[in-house]
Design a protein around this ligand. Structure first.
Ligand code: 3PG
Ligand code: MG
Length: 379
């Protein structure tokens, strides 16, 4: 038991018992094929811990956002096939979100889920920020525990809050400030330095008075950005140079033309900021090199377009080269680290984008709270 959350060892004897395991097998699919099975592989230690001890395991997951109705496009069939290869003998229920009761946390759906099961394990870190039926319901009905993956994620991410080696450098990118304002505020409390890149930097640069051309820009967030800059400007690091894509240019379509050019902080009308420039990449690299702890969430530019991957690659390399403990906060940054072949040179890659941000921001998740409460109950 860590942070009051029961673990596999805290369960009653699992031998011969039926165990319902909530996993997050919400994997990326393209034309019905899984393009990255990390989330399936990441649950294997828990699944094999249970089967090796004689438990009968039924796994359950959501996949995509089918909005409460069966939809063949979101069937778990490809996931079930992959799971059968990796962990034969484990049953996988159909997509939980085919039932309206899942997202509504309907008690009747919880009853249906736990029926016939003796024990419950949550190993769905990536979905534990959702107060959905399969996450928060079963712990009120069955003896319950966190699986290995969930426990490890909590240990690493809570460690960033509780006892980071300093200096703690946080790197935040991605397209929208509005999505990440909460976590940016939390990180300004927890971290020593905060680096901001990606599309969201233009709302900050706009707040500082620079022209942003036709870059991503959230006018309704300018006041919040300005307030953060006023209060924390010395620890908030923004790009000092920008790669711009000129009028007529299109992302992912180099043949469409459009000039690519480096600018300082200001972009002319019609130009779109698509990456941090080489000067910024070097400056950010220097800050990262001195870090004792690093948290990275969100790319520095449109790295999926090879013309604009350099900034994200430079940051990924600086993170990999650092002697500090590095944590990649899921989603796009995890994909970037994998794309650059650096995945085995970072400390921890989280399997949950939204969940890791929420755990860092709030220090808790609905799924963890449910497990903690379950430990105080006699079932
Ligand atoms: C994710 O992929 O972020 C998790 O599986 C949660 O999915 P959701 O954002 O659709 O709830
Ligand atoms: Mg998500």
């Amino acid at each position: 038991m860590k942070h009051g959350v029961p673990e596999l060892e805290d369960l009653p004897d699992v031998s011969g018992r039926s165990v319902l395991v909530r996993v997050d097998f919400n994997v990326p699919l393209k034309d019905g094929q899984i393009t990255d099975d990390l989330r399936i592989r990441a649950a294997l230690p828990t699944l094999s811990w249970l089967t090796e001890r004689g438990a009968k395991v039924t796994a359950c997951t959501h996949l995509g956002r089918p909005k409460g109705e069966p939809n063949p496009k979101y069937s778990v069939a490809p996931v079930r096939d992959r799971l059968a290869e990796l962990a034969p003998g484990i049953e996988l229920l159909e997509n939980l979100r085919f039932n309206r009761g899942e997202e509504a946390n309907d008690p009747a759906f919880v009853d249906e889920l736990v029926k016939g099961h003796d024990l419950y394990v949550n190993d769905a870190f990536g979905a534990s920020h959702r107060a959905h039926a399969s996450i928060v319901g079963p712990p009120s009905r069955l003896p319950s525990a966190a699986g290995r993956l969930l426990a490890r994620e909590v240990e690493v991410l809570s460690g960033l809050r509780d006892h980071p080696d300093r200096p703690f450098v946080a790197i935040v990118g991605g397209s929208k400030v509005s999505d990440k304002l909460g976590v940016i505020r939390a990180l300004l409390d927890l971290a020593d330095e905060l680096i901001i890149g990606g599309g969201m930097c233009f709302t900050f640069l706009g707040a500082m008075g620079y022209g942003v051309g036709s870059s991503l820009f959230e006018a309704n967030q300018v006041d919040s950005c300005r307030a953060l800059l006023d209060e924390h400007g010395d620890r908030l690091h923004l790009p000092s140079d920008i790669v711009g894509l000129g009028p007529g240019g299109k992302l992912f379509e180099p043949e469409a033309g459009g000039e690519v050019r480096n600018f300082g902080r200001a972009l002319p009308d019609g130009w779109m900021g698509v990456d941090i420039g080489p000067g910024t990449a070097a400056e950010f690299g220097d800050i990262i090199a001195g870090a004792g702890t690093i948290l990275w969430n969100g790319p520095m530019g449109v790295f999926e377009d090879p013309r604009f991957e350099a900034g994200t690659r430079a940051v990924a390399e600086a993170v990999a080269d650092s002697r500090g403990f590095s944590v990649i906060g899921g989603g796009d940054s995890a994909a970037a680290v994998a794309q650059f072949g650096l995945a085995d040179r970072v400390g921890h890659i989280s399997t949950g984008g939204g969940a890791s941000l929420e755990l860092i921001e709030r220090g808790d998740l609905p799924g963890l709270q449910a497990l903690r409460e379950s430990a105080t109950r006699t079932h």
